[in-house]
Design a protein around this ligand. Structure first.
Ligand code: CTP
Length: 398
């Protein structure tokens, strides 16, 4: 963090006092900090407090005496801009390109990553316009540290509290440290289920949500890697600038999309739950109910990981996934060899909290030399971090 140039942009919210602590943490870590306040923020905390802690003049207006505060040069100066607290008003204005104060003009001129940390009353936070505006900010590549649940200034209890300064600081610290680690590397990630059509309205599918694959994609993209995410039907909100999404439905479509990019990537991660079989014929019209039994003939689908494993070059890395219900490690080992994986992430349905429908997962990583690495039950985001760290330390750094 030493020497990093950070703008802390404070808007009108009772939580503005927490940003004093954030400035302190950043300064202690060796950052150069400049604070911009919206005019409304000055009603909550005096600029003098921020000036003292940041050891820099605090900017509020476009003009001071006869001098013009240059928002453009400030936007270029910064390595990172943190809008904390970000009020509903500032979020709405930023999402729509309004720049009627110094803070917003600097945001529009910023060349660096910007993170918004919302803080407001629970009904404002839940309002569809705020949700929409935050999504819009994300779609422009901004990052959001979502508000937390707890007691609010209004006396109500709910979501809307500014994240604690320590959490914001840790996020920035992690992101800055991580942001260049995978720069220049390209990744293919398969994720989600595949749906194999029976007729125009029915399909064979599975419960995969695509969450694990997306969490890995986001972790990699946050570290500067470029991700080609080839994903089956899903309900996910995929917004990251570093992730190029190809949506597909069937295994055949997923394979075709992977083939287009496989040769150009450094690492392929096969997190999709591809249907192993598909109906041999797809009825052109909806199948009508008639007999008491309906027999479908299924044929084997392409094994994407196996096929691409045959084409893998020495400079490429393949990571596989397996969900086993028995003889997990032995079956995992076999899959690793057969599909030419460099390592395999094993989930077990026997572990409570692991698997398709949970937000948590418990994994083992099996290496090609047979070594098994055990991990604790964690959120899928933290599991993604473990997998990506493992990839970096065991394979990419060699
Ligand atoms: N995989 C794939 N294409 C398929 C099937 C699987 O790319 N048609 C990939 C998965 O994404 C995963 C790995 O292969 O990375 C293992 O998937 P899994 O379903 O466990 O393997 P299968 O070969 O289908 O074995 P099983 O008989 O256990 O279903």
């Amino acid at each position: 963090m030493t020497g990093k140039k950070i703008i802390v942009a404070v808007t009108g919210s009772i939580a503005a006092y927490k940003s004093l602590l954030l400035v302190r943490l950043l300064k202690k870590a060796g950052c150069e900090v400049k604070v911009i306040m919206s005019p409304a923020a000055c009603h909550f905390v005096a600029p003098l407090s921020f000036a003292t802690l940041s050891e820099n003049e605090v900017l509020v207006d476009f003009f001071k005496d006869d001098t013009w505060n240059n928002h453009v040069s400030l936007g270029i100066w910064a390595d990172y801009m943190i809008v904390a607290p970000a009020s509903a008003n500032t979020i709405a204005k930023a999402a729509n390109g309004i720049s009627d104060n110094m803070l917003l003009a600097t945001y529009l001129s910023a060349k660096c990553p910007v993170v918004f940390c919302p803080a407001m009353d629970l009904d404002m936070y839940k309002h569809p316009s705020t949700i929409h505006n935050l999504k819009r900010l994300q779609s422009f590549g901004n990052q959001i540290i979502h508000a937390k649940y707890g007691e609010l200034a209004s006396g109500l209890v709910g979501e809307g509290r500014l994240a604690e300064p320590e959490e914001i600081f840790e996020y920035i610290q992690y992101t800055i440290a991580a942001s260049d680690e995978l720069k220049g590397k390209k990744f293919l990630i398969t994720a989600g289920p595949t749906y194999e059509a029976i007729d125009p309205v029915r399909f064979i599918g599975n419960h995969s949500s695509g969450k694990m694959g997306l969490a890995i994609a986001e972790t990699i993209a946050n570290k500067g890697g470029l991700v080609e995410l080839v994903i089956g039907p899903n309900q996910l909100d995929i917004q990251h600038q570093g992730i190029n999404v190809t949506n597909c439905t069937s295994a055949e479509e997923m394979y075709a999309a992977c083939q287009k990019v496989h040769a150009s990537v450094d690492v392929s991660i096969f997190a999709a739950a591809v249907a192993d079989y598909r109906p041999s014929e797809v009825a052109t019209q909806k199948i009508k109910k008639s007999d008491s039994e309906l027999h479908l003939t299924l044929v084997k689908n392409v094994d994407i990981a196996y096929q691409l494993g045959q084409q893998k070059r020495n400079d490429q890395i393949h990571v596989g996934f397996a969900l086993e219900t028995e003889n997990e490690e032995a079956n995992g080992q076999k899959k690793l060899q057969k599909k030419n994986f460099d390592f395999l992430v094993l989930n077990s349905l026997n572990d409570p909290g692991a698997g398709f429908k949970h937000d948590t997962n418990k994994i083992k990583i099996i290496e090609s030399n047979g070594k098994v690495n055990d991990f604790e039950l964690k959120s899928k985001n933290d599991v993604a971090k473990d997998i990506v760290e493992f990839l970096i330390s065991h394979l990419l750094e060699k």
